[in-house]
Design a protein around this ligand. Structure first.
Ligand code: UD2
Ligand code: MN
Length: 377
């Protein structure tokens, strides 16, 4: 009897344990199922919070200065700094561009504490992989220049470049010549530093995405592929205006840019033709990243449409070797190493050659930008 009772007891205990195990297992299954459902239900929630985060980052990244707060002056440029990463961690993508009234150069300077005299910069905590010079042809566009500097400095810093900004200022009131000013910029910049890439940059074009890298490719690069003024599309296949990038080798291979396009138009197409005549081709960033906003403006005084441009363009094949860097003539009026850029004021003459600039009592002041920290060399 006792034996039977204890057998029953064991059987009951066994069944009891089985029940407990089953209950636990099913609880786990139940728990899993519940968690699964909770996850399903929470999924849209999670995505939306991710979305919120992303939006928050985009909003912050939209501010061109957003990623730069951590860079500090305290880092010194040691001899054995590591190279900067191949892809800069500071790159944030789209940049919000607007033109607030009241912006001053002093404010731009304050926001760029690591930029040194002459508009030079090196990343504070790594050795830059690229050295890029920006060449800006200029006259009477101080208002545009201020905005370009406001956006361009942080844009280049986000790309961890070693860079310098050169404004090539045409002295006097003779007809404007954009391409010749670029040639001057090339020579003057290369005199100072062994730049490995030069960006030829209209003063009124603001880049809208920092993935548009200001470095050179194996072939000349046309960077301003998508501009608001052309509906963010390339206007035509050979278009080479606005912003372009060439290495010193590319530049010399095509004998630089033409010197004889006076006034508005044609020189950009001539440059595009030179690229192919010199056996190279045009590369471009994607439409998504090569985006620019152009500050709206009218045609300037002293830069009327060049009526000869179509005839000249028909002859580029015959003229490119006889006109360019090998025939460049100009006189430097002054070199001013300002806090945010180097200003090189030049007399490039007229169609008929170099002439002395008309001397008005205020001529000197008109040609030079106002600045305290200027130095002549
Ligand atoms: C277009 C091209 C430009 C050039 C030009 C024809 C675009 C965005 N740009 O510009 O690359 O091929 O046609 O020459 O399509 N500038 C001064 N002061 C002046 C005149 C010109 O600083 O008095 C400089 C300035 O850097 C300006 C650039 O020259 O951005 C081009 O002149 P523009 O802006 O008047 O001509 P735009 O916008 O038609
Ligand atoms: Mn323009």
């Amino acid at each position: 009897m006792v034996g039977l009772q204890s057998r029953w007891r064991y059987l009951l205990m066994f069944l009891g344990i089985q029940l407990v195990v089953m209950a636990l297992l099913s609880r786990e299954g139940y728990h899993k199922r519940v968690t699964y459902f909770i996850r399903i239900f929470r999924k849209p929630d999670l995505t939306s919070s991710e979305h919120h985060n992303r939006t928050a980052v985009t909003v912050a990244a939209g501010d061109v200065y957003a990623n730069l707060f951590n860079l500090s002056k305290s880092h010194s440029h040691g001899d054995n700094m590591p190279y900067c990463p191949e892809t800069s961690p500071l790159i944030g993508g789209p940049i919000h561009v607007s033109f607030p009234s009241g912006l001053t150069l002093a404010e731009v300077q304050r926001k760029n504490p690591l930029v040194i005299r002459g508009g030079r910069y090196r990343p504070p905590n790594c050795e830059a992989r690229h050295k890029t010079a920006i060449i800006i042809p200029h006259r009477n566009r101080e208002h545009h220049l201020k905005f370009l500097l406001y956006y361009l400095h942080p844009f280049l810093q986000r790309q961890q470049l070693s860079y310098g900004i050169y404004v090539i200022h045409q002295a006097g009131n003779y007809t404007f010549n954009r391409a010749k000013l670029m040639n001057v910029g090339f020579r003057e910049a290369m005199r100072e530093e062994d730049w490995d890439c030069l960006f030829f940059h209209d003063v009124d074009l603001i880049p809208e995405d920092d993935r548009n890298l200001y470095t050179c490719d194996a072939n000349p690069k046309h960077a301003a592929i998508a501009m608001d003024k052309f509906g963010y599309k390339l206007p035509y296949k050979m278009y080479f205006g606005g912003v372009s990038a060439l290495s010193p080798l590319h530049y010399l291979k095509m004998n630089g840019f033409p010197n004889n396009y006076w006034g508005w138009g044609g020189e950009d197409d001539d440059i595009g033709i030179r690229v192919s005549l010199a056996g190279m081709y045009i590369t471009r960033p994607s439409l998504k990243t090569g985006r620019y906003k152009m500050i709206k403006h009218k045609l300037d005084k002293g830069n009327d449409e060049n009526p000869k441009r179509f005839n000249m363009l028909a002859k580029t094949r015959q003229t490119w070797k006889q006109d360019g860097m090998n025939t460049l003539e100009y006189e430097v009026v002054s070199r001013d190493y300002l806090p945010l850029y180097a200003n090189i004021t030049v007399n490039i003459g007229t169609e008929t050659g170099l002439h002395p600039l008309p001397q008005s009592p205020h001529a000197k002041d008109e040609q030079k930008p106002a600045a305290n920290a200027s130095a002549r060399r």
